[in-house]
Design a protein around this ligand. Structure first.
Ligand code: KG4
Ligand code: ZN
Length: 393
């Protein structure tokens, strides 16, 4: 069957058309057309996503992307005959996300579903992130059976969750942030250092510039006094020749018994650090920024990897999925790879393009649910934007 998927939960507008077949554990997807529009440039002056602007941009871009997709899939001149429809179902994100943004996609999808007389499948954005590990940005891909239990670490600008899957497509959130999402903390810390939105990639780039890579380099590191550096200190990870002064930031909730996170205190520590530095006359130049970025990244990623490791041990996880925008972070990838190797488990990341919000993952999650639910869908009038939609029961 042919399906069309729509994503508008935050500041990315995207539409994909696929040819799909198969069941929930062996479906194949062929991308017939894919078009997206990132609003990053529109939101940069505001230092974050400005909901009213996001809505306006989605409304402007959806028809443009749809036309482009129909042309690309050679469906622009399609005439429905009998049972043959332009697409057989439409999958649309209905949460979680910014309600203003979600509504634009839902309203657009409802109109299309009515016009084309096809079912509308409401799709959970977070399930999209979990299943994005199977996707590609073009061509054909397949869903394959994964060994369980599966653990998904979902890390984005809006979420930080550890999700346990004991049975395929069943989800239980077993840990999550109690305040800011990790991507949000990256963005806010970047803003404190006058780095442009979105801050995650900026912080990461700065940190990588001074990060010492490889065990051999680390071995000989000592303070000028001769003392060997303790592991986890910023100095240990950085090239000493590029350091201005040693700093250390907290790792909130690192040793709590649950699997939750907290990033708000870490973010505030950076705020105080910068304030104190400025007070004592230190200029926050590129060198200092890089050092703050490195220590912040080390702290945030250590919180994520530490709890992930604990869950892997407790639940005897066999497959680990890392996805969402922050899954693009190089340091997180490196550290998680070490943990997966130590525990001999399969590790899956989405291809970089599918780490951030996209309609390909919505097509995957939407189709698999459509099949799982034997093509039963709610009435379109009952589909509503649900900003705080949760994954699982
Ligand atoms: O999944 P996503 O595209 O959108 C949401 O649903 O939130 O995630 C965007 C988030 C932003 O906070 C961005 O700063 C962060 O992902 N991000 C990164 C990196 N690339 C994107 N954070 C850390 N390191 C990166 N390389
Ligand atoms: Zn997302």
């Amino acid at each position: 069957m042919r399906i069309l998927s729509i994503e508008t939960s935050c500041d990315d507008t995207a539409i994909t058309i696929f040819e799909v077949k198969g069941g929930v554990q062996n479906a194949t997807f062929k991308i017939l057309a894919h078009n997206s529009n990132s609003q990053i440039n529109v939101h940069i002056p505001y230092g974050g996503v400005f909901p009213a602007l996001a809505k306006r941009e989605h409304e402007k871009n959806l028809p443009i992307l749809l036309d482009a997709c129909l042309k690309q899939a050679k469906l622009d001149k399609f005439k429905p005959t009998g049972k043959k429809k332009i697409v057989d179902a439409i999958m649309v994100t209905y949460g979680p996300g910014l309600e203003m943004s979600l509504w634009t996609g839902i309203v657009f999808a409802k109109d299309l579903a009515k016009k084309w007389n096809v079912p509308l499948v409401p799709t959970n954005h977070m399930e999209g992130h979990v299943l994005s590990v199977f996707g590609k940005d073009k061509g054909t891909f397949k869903i394959s059976k994964l060994k369980g239990p599966i653990l998904s670490l979902l890390v984005s600008g809006g979420h930080t969750q550890l999700v346990l899957t004991k049975k395929w497509m069943d989800y239980e959130i077993i840990g999550e942030t109690l305040d800011d999402a990790v991507g949000e903390a990256f963005d806010k810390v970047a803003r404190m250092m006058d780095l442009p939105y979105p801050g995650g990639p900026q912080i990461s780039k700065l940190a990588e510039n001074i990060r010492v890579v490889g065990k051999q380099d680390l071995k000989g590191l000592r303070r000028p006094t001769g003392r060997v550096l303790s592991k986890n200190s910023a100095e240990f990870y950085a090239d000493p020749s590029k350091l201005g002064f040693p700093i250390s930031l907290p790792r909130p909730m690192l040793h709590t018994k649950d699997f939750n996170f907290s990033f708000s205190g870490l973010k505030t520590s950076v705020l105080y650090l910068i304030r104190d530095l400025k007070k004592s006359g230190v200029e926050i130049d590129d060198k200092i920024k890089a050092q703050i970025a490195l220590e912040f990244e080390n702290a945030a990623i250590e919180c994520l990897t530490h709890k992930t490791k604990k869950v892997i041990e407790k639940y005897k996880i066999k497959t680990l999925i890392i996805s969402g925008g922050v899954a693009a972070n190089k340091h997180l990838r490196n550290e998680i790879q070490k943990i997966a190797k130590e525990n001999k488990i399969k590790l899956m990341f989405p291809t970089p393009y599918l780490c951030s919000d996209n309609s390909i993952m919505i097509g995957i999650a939407g189709y698999l649910n459509y099949i799982k639910n034997k093509k039963k869908v709610p009435k379109p009038e009952n589909i509503k934007a649900t900003g705080n939609l949760r994954l699982g029961k």
